[in-house]
Design a protein around this ligand. Structure first.
Ligand SMILES: C[S@@+](CC[C@H](N)C(=O)[O-])C[C@H]1O[C@@H](n2cnc3c(N)ncnc32)[C@H](O)[C@@H]1O
Length: 236
């Protein structure tokens, strides 16, 4: 049974989740952090160039801002991969009308948002593959709890965005079991990035089979985390 997210805003006007008592993106509009942490942190756009398919996996679809930012950068890149697959999981998805309303704050995404909203599925638990941009872009939306959804998919990711609200407020999205699933879904060249440098996140990722290191953070955050699949990992 899927429970949709309810629209709410923090005093600064940022979309806010009462369920998790956390905001969906940074107060500067979020896009700078997405470009710096998730994209550059995973070596994008360079790493998707001259490829057939490039697959990104995200923990927490939220408003889909990371997806829209990535898709926009991909479609204007003349050297982009033939296909882009973006896998994301969401336990409390927005209804399509709410997504459209929220996306209105980013007019640069109007065309992409309209495509996404038109293809938005009925909110039923499980896997929904949504084809966009004439089929070149595939959004694989897993509706439900990450812990239940990730073990059910066979896909292989080349890059991972870790974005499941603050680890202190939502440890479920940063658990050792979830990190083991990410390692199972990681292709040999897989990288990851997140704005969190919490000790238990670094330890959990390392134990699951990623090599992580700190890098310069974005805006008010001094540091961020980058990682890659550790060589010789035996996927279980
Ligand atoms: C910081 S927001 C993600 C923002 C998003 N990446 C974007 O670009 O808009 C974190 C998201 O994780 C979702 N979430 C939290 N716990 C979850 C869980 N256990 N399984 C699946 N999704 C979860 C929340 O509902 C929320 O939408």
């Amino acid at each position: 049974m899927i429970q949709p997210a309810a629209i709410a805003f923090s005093p600064e006007g940022v979309p806010y989740s009462a369920t998790f008592d956390d905001i969906y993106h940074t107060t500067d509009g979020g896009l700078g952090q997405i470009e710096h942490v998730f994209m550059a942190g995973n070596g994008l756009p360079q790493r998707w160039r001259e490829r057939d398919t490039f697959t990104i996996l995200e923990t927490g679809f939220g408003l889909g801002l990371s997806f829209l930012t990535t898709w926009q950068a991909w479609r204007v890149d003349p050297q982009r991969s033939t296909r882009l697959q973006f896998i994301s999981v969401e336990k409390y998805p927005f209804q399509s009308a709410d997504l459209a309303r929220l996306h209105a704050s980013w007019p640069q995404f109007t065309e992409l948002s309209e495509q996404l909203v038109a293809g938005w599925p009925a909110l039923t638990e499980g896997r929904h593959d949504i084809l966009l941009d004439g089929g070149q872009v595939q959004l694989t939306l897993l509706l439900g709890d990450a812990q239940e959804q990730f073990p059910r998919i066979p896909d292989q990711a080349n890059a991972i965005y870790l974005d499941g609200f603050a680890p202190s407020k939502n440890p479920d999205m940063w658990s050792p079991a979830l990190f083991r699933q990410l390692a199972r879904l990681a292709a040999e060249d897989c990288t990851l990035a997140t704005w969190s440098v919490a000790g238990f996140v670094r330890q959990g990722l390392t134990e699951a089979g990623f090599t992580v290191s700190k890098a310069k953070g974005f805006g008010g955050k001094r540091q961020m985390l980058q990682g890659r699949r550790t060589a010789q990992l035996e996927a279980d």
